[in-house]
Design a binder for this molecule. Structure first.
Ligand SMILES: [Zn+2]
Length: 109
């Protein structure tokens, strides 16, 4: 998934042109577009928590993330991210190979 498109919020506030809401939601989605999968989940979870009651549903609407994805993020945050290793996007095994170029000629003069 290499999509860098920014999700367009379809909430009522954005549709009716509430400037402050539009800006906030756009910035949230902009940020989302630059994060990896798990970071998106946690950010969404945090925003949902801030909103309190109905927050998860609201953030789902704003970000277009799946409700279960946000719930999972909330569980992970509540657990102190204990199940998520630091410095790795995926738990071992997944992900793509890193391509490294080595240059054996570098010692030549
Ligand atoms: Zn919105």
């Amino acid at each position: 998934m290499e999509s860098r498109t920014i999700h367009q919020c379809q909430c009522l506030g954005c549709q009716t042109g509430e400037e402050r809401t539009q800006r906030q939601h756009h910035q949230l989605n902009l940020l989302m577009s630059r994060l990896d999968e798990q970071q998106r989940r946690w950010l969404a979870a945090m925003e949902a928590t801030k909103l309190g009651h109905g927050g998860t549903q609201r953030i789902k609407e704003v970000t277009g993330l799946d409700i279960n994805t946000i719930r999972r993020g909330r569980r992970e945050l509540d657990a102190g991210l204990a199940t998520r290793p630091i410095g790795r996007t995926r738990v071992a095994g997944g992900g793509r190979k890193r391509v490294e170029k080595n240059n054996p000629d570098s010692s030549k003069r």
